[in-house]
Design a protein around this ligand. Structure first.
Ligand code: SAH
Length: 455
């Protein structure tokens, strides 16, 4: 007779697969067990901490025999910090995991078979790739802590050495910590909503070495700010120092207002031959080297000859739009954040591109309106939506307008698969290929670029 599966009991399990969040998957007979922090090839002893009818969750008690796919995490706090999830996996295994994740989503969620998903394009050196850090600052028993939150928590895992952030940040973190200590500046407390300093944000121009330092405060003024500015200016590259004012009781890191303390209100970085102004509030891809890989793919899939009218939906500060404008007749961009559109217009000027026009608003409203009322019809449309994917009204407009080509850039394979299913089954498109790009090494996230053609 089969033994019942019991909560809190210990089992020896071989990990045979990885789930969508990078967790190990093993079996006890027909019963599936998800085991965070274990990877394919491990044999582990787990305690079952949750038991449902056909599946449960196990906590690793000991690794009986480690997988050959394991590596030592470079970061000392990798297991505790919520920033990375799979640093303990060899890099090639991470890339294979991401390729499979994309394939699985397209097959299971999209119901699409035989789609060509290429191998994930990885980085040569997958460390210190981020150009933006947002460190929460809290006080714990009289000492100031800066680092990242633990997974699914607001407990800080203190660390100034992060293997995916820019090493220059360490010096800046130290200067800010010393300034706060020496001048007895109060630190924000989430529960009481009292105290001043909430976050430290640092943005770096990879190719220009320009650095922006922005302190997020729960108030209007920072006393002795001149002392902080004097110290930060000594750091090579610091060209913009700002205060951001977030007075709301919220998890949202940045408020709508910023005050300039020193230098410029923006930094500049390059992607390929183009330069971009990066403001504290607008979105800019966080991995500069892989962004170039991704955008080159998008441009290749767009197959522009110089004659085309192109829409760039969800255009942010116009990065993809300007890439496309170098090869198209005219590019229209649409984006919901007004400051980003201001940046997009400035970026067009900065690069001397005049065949672009930007609109503020929702892609699903602006594109159909301009199509119906002004007859603006695209030959090619690039979409790069946030994680929730494209709005159905936008997809319906694509069906009506029937551009020859669609390039779908996505940061979430699940919503990508859902939208591809619509475009293939309802709107008459065929998928050329899907190219995953590793924008976020050591995390379970993956970016994709997909080419589609009208049947
Ligand atoms: N293509 C840009 C930005 C991609 S991120 C780049 O590569 O840098 C997605 C963008 O979509 C964000 O800038 C976000 O502000 C914007 N956005 C979110 N919902 C939107 C909507 N309904 N319509 C237009 N833009 C939207």
């Amino acid at each position: 007779m089969e033994q019942p599966i019991l909560k809190n009991k210990h089992y020896e399990i071989e990990i045979i697969d990885l789930g969508a969040q990078g967790e190990g998957v093993g079996k006890i007979g027909e019963f599936t067990v998800f085991v965070p922090e274990a990877i394919t090839g491990d044999v582990v002893e787990v305690r079952l901490i949750k038991v449902k009818k056909s599946y449960g969750y196990g906590k690793v008690m000991q690794i009986i025999s480690p997988s050959p796919f394991r590596q030592d995490s470079k970061c000392a706090v990798a297991a505790k910090c919520g920033g990375c999830q799979i640093q303990h996996m060899k890099y090639q295994v991470q890339l294979d995991f991401k390729t499979k994740k994309v394939k699985d989503c397209i097959e299971r969620i999209g119901g699409l078979k035989d789609i060509k998903v290429k191998d994930t394009l990885g980085m040569e050196v997958p460390y210190h790739y981020r150009n933006k850090a947002q460190y929460p600052i809290r006080k714990e028993e009289d000492s100031i802590q800066m680092g990242f939150f633990a997974q699914k928590s607001h407990r800080i895992v203190p660390s100034n050495k992060c293997s995916i952030q820019d090493p220059k940040n360490e010096q800046i973190m130290q200067i800010v910590t010393d300034f706060l200590n020496e001048n007895h500046i109060t630190i924000y407390n989430e529960e009481t909503h009292k105290g001043l300093v909430r976050h430290l944000m640092i943005k770096t121009g990879y190719h220009t070495n320009e650095i922006m330092v922005c302190l997020v405060i729960n108030g209007h003024k920072l006393s002795k700010a001149d002392l902080l500015v004097a110290e930060l200016r000594k750091v090579d590259g610091v060209s913009s120092i700002l205060l951001n004012h977030q007075l709301a009781k919220t998890n949202v890191i940045l408020g709508g207002e910023t005050t300039l303390l020193y230098g410029k209100e923006y930094i500049i970085d390059k992607i390929g031959d183009l330069s971009f102004k990066i403001s504290p509030l607008s979105f800019f891809q966080v991995n500069p080297l892989q962004t170039e890989v991704l955008y080159k793919k998008a441009l290749e899939y767009a197959e522009l000859t110089g004659e085309e009218i192109v829409w760039d939906a969800y255009c942010g500060i116009g990065t993809i739009s300007l890439f496309l404008a170098q090869k198209a007749k005219k590019v229209y961009g649409v984006e919901i954040v007004p400051q980003a559109i201001e940046n997009a217009k400035e970026n067009a000027k900065l690069n001397g591109l005049t065949n672009v026009e930007f609109f503020t608003g929702k892609a699903e409203e602006i594109i159909p309106t301009l199509y119906k009322e002004e007859g603006i019809k695209a030959d090619t449309i690039v979409v790069d939506p946030p994680r929730k994917g494209c709005d159905i009204y936008l997809l319906e407009t694509l069906k009506d307008m029937a551009p020859q080509k669609i390039v779908y850039v996505s940061c979430d394979p699940a919503t990508l698969a859902r939208d591809l299913a619509y475009l293939v089954k309802e709107a008459g498109y065929t998928i050329g290929e899907v190219q995953p790009v590793d924008m976020f090494p050591h995390t379970t996230h993956v970016e994709c670029c997909v080419s589609l053609k009208k049947n």
